[in-house]
Ligand binder design. Structure first.
Ligand code: ADP
Length: 237
């Protein structure tokens, strides 16, 4: 199923990441190779400390690698300057976090609109796009509610709508169900699987829960700063 490497949306080639210097030096990634094609839904799994967050931070242009290369649509990201990386992040990458990270004092719709404010869109356009994004996650009727009036599952839906409102090339989800009970978790995973299937949304998700990884096409297991193995979830052919 994985496309040839040069078709990859994102590709890590022998990526290393060193934190600190001298005695405090720590090699968090030790030569990581993997790629994700457009339209794939991939899970990253592995023990705590195995490097998953480091990978996500580099992918999201929140941090830079030490050695090797990160290609985004074939473009070597380490050759981009700070501003170009910020544009790549803003224009192509959507983030969803375990803790939802919504602004408490603003409505669901205002939360979803925020990335569009940064893009300088006018109120009418922001309104149209944020309502469409809330509809996509099944919250069209909740637009004017504040996060405290929403369940955890609904808050994560708002966060997904906020990530999607800019039509990113990839959604990076860091333990998106980590704060939710089993039933809400399954609803969120069904929503993500549907967005992947019906809107061709590319998703890369970190999860500790095998049941959640089952929703993806491919699982990449990390151990000690390296890819240990890749597998297809059972139940997928
Ligand atoms: P995971 O997400 O799989 O739990 P991380 O990517 O967070 O793993 O961490 C990988 C390793 O890098 C861990 O041993 C962690 O302590 C270390 N690490 C992460 N961030 C930093 C940092 N800013 N400075 C020093 N070490 C770090």
């Amino acid at each position: 199923m994985a496309a040839a490497d040069n078709d990859a949306l994102i590709r890590f080639q022998q990526v290393t990441k060193r934190y600190g210097q001298g005695d405090a030096e720590f090699l968090a990634l030790k030569g990581v190779d993997f790629s994700v094609s457009s339209g794939e839904f991939v899970s990253l799994m592995g023990p705590s400390g195995s490097g998953k967050s480091t990978v996500m931070n580099i992918l999201g242009c929140l941090d830079v690698l030490t050695d090797g290369e990160y290609y985004f649509r074939g473009v070597p990201v380490s050759e981009l300057d700070r501003n170009q990386r910020a544009l790549l992040r803003r224009n192509h990458i959507g983030f969803v976090f375990q803790g939802f990270n919504l602004l408490a004092r603003t409505s669901a719709q205002e939360n979803v609109e925020l990335p569009l404010v940064y893009r300088g869109l006018n109120k009418k356009e922001r309104n149209r796009l944020s309502m469409a994004a809330l509809d996509k996650v099944g919250l069209g009727n909740w637009a004017h509610h504040h996060p405290s009036e929403l369940s955890g599952g609904q808050q994560q839906r708002v966060a997904i709508a906020r990530a999607l409102v800019t039509t990113p090339s990839i959604l990076l989800a860091d333990e998106p169900t980590g704060n939710l009970d089993t039933e809400r978790s399954q609803e969120i995973m069904e929503l993500m699987a549907e967005l992947n299937r019906e809107q061709n949304l590319t998703i890369l998700m970190v999860t500790h829960e095998p049941d959640m990884a089952e929703y993806s096409h491919r699982i990449i297991h990390f151990v000690d700063g390296k890819v240990d193995r890749e597998e297809q979830p059972q139940g997928r052919g």
